[in-house]
Ligand binder design. Structure first.
Ligand code: FNR
Length: 366
């Protein structure tokens, strides 16, 4: 079907399953163990409803906002996800061009399948990208990589911390695919240690260099080797949001890696609600973002109203890239759905969304 007929993000998923090879589909769709967290990431959004307000002229306004003090056309970003070439030969460069056209931020995975130089060269003038890193057992390699992405002009470093240990990505393991190490990682000398893991699934083949010994002081290591703002991705408890504030980082992404790490980790939208209820003060101290299970404009607006500065999507971009390339990618930004939802709730500017506009399903009394 033409991209105009892809009305819901689930349309991309449905077609991606048909067009992707088994390796790509199993890797993209897979999640840890029983996939309880994967299922709940999406299901949790369905348990929140709006309290729309009426009779406010909502015709003026836009989705423009700032994250980390950086302007963005919409409070939506591409969550860094590996191996876009498994779905489309142009790979991550389609994401870069799509993000550039829409004026939003792309998170670039350290395990991208296009080289970092290719991706950075595909940017428009002034286009912001955030580079995601896993720390290497060989810290000298991480140092060189941090220096390289800083020199190439990334606008932030995303430090992903929710894969402290390996997990069993059930479909991916069953698929037993063997893949070559991703190019961006090879550039960074990150692929060391992956040899001999072939035939155990994609995740296993590309992750061998990651350091499992991570501790809070590793944030200092990153800060020492880059002047860029630091975003910690994969925060899964209220306590750790507070610890991130203490560590002095500029951003946090509430995330459970799309259900790919600890099965039964909480849904990020539930954690956001909990954080809003228990520690509203933290929203002024660090830019809080979330990803996981976002599949509609309504989902985005719920998270924004609860205080997220921006909302990320992972799989939907990989799926849309696989079926429609850059045109598909641009559809996933959900500009129309977000605008419709906001305005039908009585709001036309992102900063006018308020926590009291969202609550659990059912009547709010008592
Ligand atoms: C990911 N994710 C991820 N995160 C990260 O920090 N570095 C990475 O290399 C990857 N790779 C990756 C590959 C694939 C195939 C998926 C599906 C996910 C996690 C990603 O950034 C994001 O947290 C989740 O995808 C969000 O959940 P949804 O939107 O896929 O439900």
């Amino acid at each position: 079907p033409s991209v105009e007929n892809m009305l819901l993000l689930s349309d991309f998923e449905e077609w991606a399953e048909r067009v992707l090879g088994a390796t790509g589909w199993n890797y993209y769709r897979s999640a840890a163990d029983s996939e309880a967290t994967f299922d709940n990431n999406e299901a949790a959004f369905k348990r929140y409803f709006f309290r729309p307000r009426i009779l406010r002229d909502i015709t003026q306004g836009s989705l423009e906002t700032e994250v980390l003090g950086q302007k963005t056309a919409m409070p939506v970003f591409i969550s860094p996800a590996a191996m876009a070439k498994l779905g489309h030969p142009v790979g991550e460069v389609n994401l870069t061009r799509g993000a550039g056209a829409a004026g939003i931020v792309q998170g670039i995975s350290i395990n991208a399948s296009c080289s970092l130089d290719e991706i950075m060269a595909a940017r428009q003038a002034g286009q912001n990208v955030w580079f995601q890193i896993y720390l290497n057992r060989d810290r000298a390699a991480s140092e060189r990589l941090l220096e390289k992405v800083t020199a190439l002009g990334a606008a932030a470093v995303i430090f992903t911390v929710d894969v402290a240990w390996q997990s069993k990505r059930t479909r991916d393991v069953r698929g037993k695919a063997a893949v070559a190490a991703p190019i961006a990682t090879t550039d960074a000398e990150g692929a060391r240690g992956t040899a001999g893991k072939q035939g155990a699934g994609v995740a296993s083949a590309i992750s061998g260099y990651q350091d499992p010994h991570l501790v809070w002081s590793d944030i200092e290591f990153i800060r020492k080797h880059t002047s860029l703002p630091i975003i910690v991705k994969g925060v899964q408890s209220v306590e750790d949001v507070a610890a991130c504030v203490d560590a002095g980082v500029q951003g946090v992404i509430l995330s459970n890696h799309g259900g790919r790490s600890a099965d039964y980790a909480p849904a990020p939208i539930d954690l956001l609600y909990e954080l809003r209820a228990l520690r509203p003060d933290l929203f002024d101290k660090v830019d809080i973002m979330m990803d996981g299970g976002v599949r509609s404009g309504a989902d985005v607006v719920k998270a924004l109203a609860l205080g997220a500065k921006a909302v990320g999507l992972g799989r939907p971009f990989l799926y849309a890239n696989s079926t429609h390339g850059q045109d598909g990618v641009e559809r996933v930004f959900l500009h129309e759905e977000i605008t419709n939802t906001m305005r039908n709730c009585g709001v036309s500017r992102v900063e006018d969304l308020k926590p009291e506009m969202v609550g659990p399903a059912g009547p709010w009394v008592g």
